[in-house]
Design a protein around this ligand. Structure first.
Ligand code: 6GU
Length: 305
């Protein structure tokens, strides 16, 4: 079944003012990060449910529209931002997950900035840290759940897409210039490797230990499929993770046998507090630190003008 690219472009061009129809930069706003839209001028929203081929995002905190407009000082850079994205865990095919990326490429973007909320695996990453991805580790990609499986969607696409330097060194350079410019410390904005998992379960303790052991700094349920499609489309890619929670990687498990023994001995037992990730927590950190991420994105976009 063919994806309705032409109909999507037509529907978009029919409603978006002409000076905004050819964005240069695409931005994907992750969980709780749609506040990015506040830095877009001449804002024109196109709801996903009016664009042929777009699915509906079902995740709370996602706004389900393409936002066209201008970003940065002066004349401004024409951008298109996705307010909410599609995830495989919602039941969407990977082809559908990356379809908006391909549509934005057809609209003429040459740079793509992806944002997401992620769990911190590296113990040096405090909650609230912004991590510019320099690589990823995607077990699903290696085991039959790769967004580029299947027929090519354009005759100009490469069948085999290399992923060395998938995360543009030039855009990362701009990001760290921006961090310096905004007075952000090395603790606040750093670099790292993203582990992609399908979700919707958060990783088990053993899985968390595994992902850390094989070199991942953060873990999340998005972004990587979009990176693959974007690279196949020939886009420059930058991806930013906001660490919304620390993945607690216990070296040891609660020793239930010992607890029972203590109980039977009749002495008081002190238990470590349970640390459980919640979607609410992820959204809250997004709201608080999303502003900083927005400033960085604005800086990079402006530098692209
Ligand atoms: Cl996949 N795991 C954890 N632990 N925290 C997250 C996450 C995943 N995505 C956002 N926050």
């Amino acid at each position: 079944p063919d994806l309705p690219f032409d109909a999507a472009i037509e529907a978009i061009k029919a409603t978006v003012p002409s000076h905004l129809q050819s964005p240069r930069v695409g931005i994907v706003c992750g969980s709780g990060l749609s506040g990015l839209v506040d830095s877009i001028r001449d804002l024109h929203l196109v709801p996903y449910n009016t664009i042929p081929g777009f699915a509906e995002s079902t995740v709370p905190g996602h706004k389900s529209s393409l936002a066209f407009g201008l970003m940065g000082s002066g004349e401004g850079v024409p951008v298109v931002a996705m307010l909410g994205r599609f995830h495989p865990y919602e039941g969407h095919d990977l082809r559908v997950v990356v379809y908006p990326i391909r549509v934005m490429a057809r609209l003429g973007i040459t740079n793509l900035i992806l944002t997401n909320a992620a769990g911190g695996l590296n113990p040096n990453l405090a909650v609230g840290t912004i991590v510019a991805l320099h690589d990823h580790l995607a077990l699903p990609n290696m085991t039959g759940m790769n967004a580029l499986l299947g027929p090519l969607t354009s005759s100009s696409h490469a069948r085999f897409v290399p992923l060395s330097d998938a995360y543009s060194p030039a855009l990362r350079r701009l990001l760290f210039l921006g961090a310096h410019h905004l007075g952000l410390s090395a603790d606040e904005v750093t670099e790292g490797t993203y582990a992609w998992v399908s979700g919707p379960t958060y990783e088990s303790p053993a899985e968390g230990r595994f992902l850390r052991l094989v070199g991942a700094d953060v873990v999340g349920m998005s972004t990587v499929p979009e990176v693959l499609a974007a690279r196949q489309e020939g886009l420059n890619v930058m991806a930013l993770s906001l660490v919304t929670n620390a993945v607690v990687i216990p070296e040891t498990y609660r020793d239930i046998r010992a607890e029972v023994a203590t109980e039977l001995a009749g002495k008081p037992v002190e238990l470590p507090p349970a640390q459980v990730v919640s979607h609410e927590e992820v959204l809250e950190i997004g709201k608080a630190k999303g502003q900083v991420m927005m400033k960085l994105v604005e800086y990079v976009v402006s530098a692209l003008s």
